[in-house]
Structures are given as structure tokens and as C-alpha cells.
Design a protein around this ligand. Structure first.
Ligand SMILES: Cc1cc2nc3c(=O)[nH]c(=O)nc-3n(C[C@H](O)[C@H](O)[C@H](O)COP(=O)(O)OP(=O)(O)OC[C@H]3O[C@@H](n4cnc5c(N)ncnc54)[C@H](O)[C@@H]3O)c2cc1C
Length: 163
């Protein structure tokens, strides 16, 4: 892309805007090759995961076809299988100020949650898909959490809110 007129970032990635437009008119960028500014996390994100490559094109299609601008600001998500364990992560925890464990990380299934100013910003769930599903919605909604309740693995994550 060098010399194309499309602005590139420090990692050689395409610098897309919040509608996934590049600096060249009518050219959009999605997936591994593009970073985008996230209002949710207050920084530009470069996400190298399958879900990002799946969701971005919906925003691009909406912006090409629609009259109302569609903004791309997802809660990033990935899953993987590692050593027979189902591992899922949602969010972005670079600016988190607190970490709360749900369960024993030496055991087969546990979750770790990251909070910023008592709001859930990210979680990693190992063998606990229900935590991931509920946590992802709580992150999207920006809910305040009760960290004491959050640390009890038997309590559903959605019942550990503080507001
Ligand atoms: C080993 C590995 C394991 C992974 N595991 C996971 C995982 O467990 N979970 C997860 O969420 N994500 C995982 N990922 C990341 C995930 O695969 C990527 O985020 C996703 O495939 C990105 O999709 P994309 O369409 O943006 O890019 P790509 O899938 O890389 O597609 C880009 C396409 O562009 C083509 N291309 C490149 N240059 C040119 C050119 N000049 N002209 C024409 N075509 C070109 C390439 O051949 C390729 O087909 C993994 C990646 C790797 C490499």
C-alpha cells in the first residue's frame, strides 16, 4: 500500500476511522490489516482475531449502503482451544485498574475479570462459556460490578452487578 495514498500506522497497518474508512475516499479497511479508534476504550485498537474480521464488514456494508453512519466500536472477542480447554476472551484490558479471579486458575475451569473504575472492561474464561456470554453483554452495557460478588464463581456473573 506504500504510495497508494492510504495512511498507514506504526505497525504498517491501515489507519481506518470509526466508520472503517481509509484516508482514500471510498476505500474501506477491515480485519487484521486495519486499526480503528475505539471510543469505548479510548484508544486505537489493532485486533488480530477472527470475530473482528467477521463483524467489521457489516459496518462497512452499512456505511456503503445506508444513509445513517454506522460506527464500529465492538467489544473485541476471540476463542481458542488450548490443551483441550476452551479459552475465550472479550474486551480489552490495557487500562484496567483491577483484576478479580472467579475460581482457581490451577483448576480446569476459571475466569478472570478486569475492571476499570468498577466497570467490567474485559474477561478471560477457561471452560466457562456462560461467564463469557454474560460478561460480554455486561461490558457492552458498561455495567458497574460488585467485586466481592464477582469473585464467587458459583454466582452467575449477571447477578454480580452493583447498579
Ligand atoms: C496460526 C493462527 C492461529 C489463529 N488462531 C486464532 C484463534 O484461535 N482465534 C481467533 O479469533 N483468531 C485466530 N487467528 C487470527 C485469525 O485467523 C485472523 O484474525 C483472521 O483470519 C483475519 O482475517 P482477515 O480476513 O482480516 O485476514 P486473512 O484471513 O489473513 O485474509 C487476508 C487475505 O488476503 C490475501 N492477500 C494478502 N495480500 C494480498 C495481495 N497483495 N493481493 C491479494 N490478496 C492478498 C491473503 O492471501 C489472505 O487470503 C489465528 C491466526 C493464525 C495465523
Amino acid at each position: 500500500l506504500a504510495g497508494s495514498g492510504i495512511a498507514l500506522g506504526a505497525h504498517g497497518e491501515i489507519l481506518a476511522d470509526d466508520r472503517l474508512r481509509t484516508s482514500l475516499a471510498d476505500v474501506y479497511a477491515v480485519g487484521d490489516c486495519a486499526s480503528f479508534p475505539s471510543a469505548r476504550y479510548g484508544e486505537r485498537l489493532l485486533v488480530h482475531h477472527w470475530d473482528n474480521a467477521l463483524q467489521g464488514p457489516r459496518t462497512v456494508a452499512a456505511n456503503i449502503l445506508g444513509e445513517t453512519p454506522a460506527v464500529y466500536d465492538p467489544v473485541p472477542y476471540f476463542w481458542s482451544e488450548q490443551f483441550g480447554r476452551f479459552v475465550q476472551y472479550a474486551g480489552h484490558h490495557a487500562a484496567a485498574d483491577r483484576m478479580v479471579w472467579r475460581g482457581d486458575p490451577a483448576g480446569p475451569s476459571w475466569t478472570v475479570c478486569w475492571l476499570r473504575e468498577e466497570r467490567l472492561v474485559a474477561l478471560l474464561a477457561v471452560g466457562r462459556p456462560r461467564d463469557l456470554a454474560q460478561g460480554r453483554r455486561l461490558i457492552e452495557a458498561g455495567r458497574h460490578m460488585d467485586s466481592e460478588a464477582l469473585s464467587e464463581p458459583a454466582r452467575p456473573l449477571k447477578d454480580a452487578t452493583a447498579d
